[in-house]
Design a protein around this ligand. Sequence first.
Ligand SMILES: Nc1ncnc2c1ncn2[C@@H]1O[C@H](COP(=O)(O)OP(=O)(O)OP(=O)(O)O)[C@@H](O)[C@H]1O
Ligand SMILES: Nc1ccn([C@@H]2O[C@H](COP(=O)(O)O)[C@@H](O)[C@H]2O)c(=O)n1
Length: 208
Amino acid sequence: MTTRGFTVAIDGPAASGKGTISRAVAARFGFAHLDTGLLYRAVGAKVLEGMDPVAAARALRPGDLDGDALRTPAIAQEASKVAALPEVRAALKDFQRSFAARSGGAVLDGRDIGTVICPDAQVKLFVIADAVVRARRRFAELSEKGIETTFEEVLADVQARDARDMGRADAPLRPAVDAVTLDTSDMDIEDAVAAAVALIEAKRTALN
Ligand SMILES: Nc1ncnc2c1ncn2[C@@H]1O[C@H](COP(=O)(O)OP(=O)(O)OP(=O)(O)O)[C@@H](O)[C@H]1O
Ligand SMILES: Nc1ccn([C@@H]2O[C@H](COP(=O)(O)O)[C@@H](O)[C@H]2O)c(=O)n1
């Protein structure tokens, strides 16, 4: 069974579980994984330090993608603001497409992977969950990390980002026409990952 050029695109709103599913799927199939949200978060972080967003996107290096440092609510909000700028999105496109084209298979998660970055991906998943459920999960995660916030703030952050991501003109958040939607509101992580794995297995079998 070949995985050369096999791409899995996983999109969805904030804190829907895209990253969790993507990491598990990548480990299960031996695919490389790119969390494309980190690119926008890294640009957002540079803007909060005073840099111009387009210059920051053009100057971005893999060493800037320090996941843990970038996972703060303030950086998430700034990321969704810079993500609405077409020049920022254009500057980040080639890197994502090169990553997707690597041999051995790749899984990319984000907002526009199935629609813009990898429209030919073999598997497209659109992961959703009720906003209150997502905020509860994210609040628990942030609390565990010692980041001080409230459930209400996290819910407002999730809703504001969703509205910005769905409402922008360039590459808005929406499912690709050929994406399979996975609602994880009533699923635990194990079930959500199992559903994604089953979908990928079925597609790989059909292609071989
Ligand atoms: N099915 C699930 N059941 C319970 N908790 C989950 C589930 N899926 C994900 N989580 C938890 O919810 C939180 C958000 O998940 P994750 O980081 O994977 O979302 P995301 O869509 O990648 O978020 P973001 O868009 O902000 O990068 C994490 O703490 C994760 O462990
Ligand atoms: N393909 C993508 C990925 C992310 N964004 C924007 O970045 C913000 C942060 O992303 P997370 O996945 O880390 O939450 C997100 O709110 C989007 O605005 C994007 O536009 N396209």
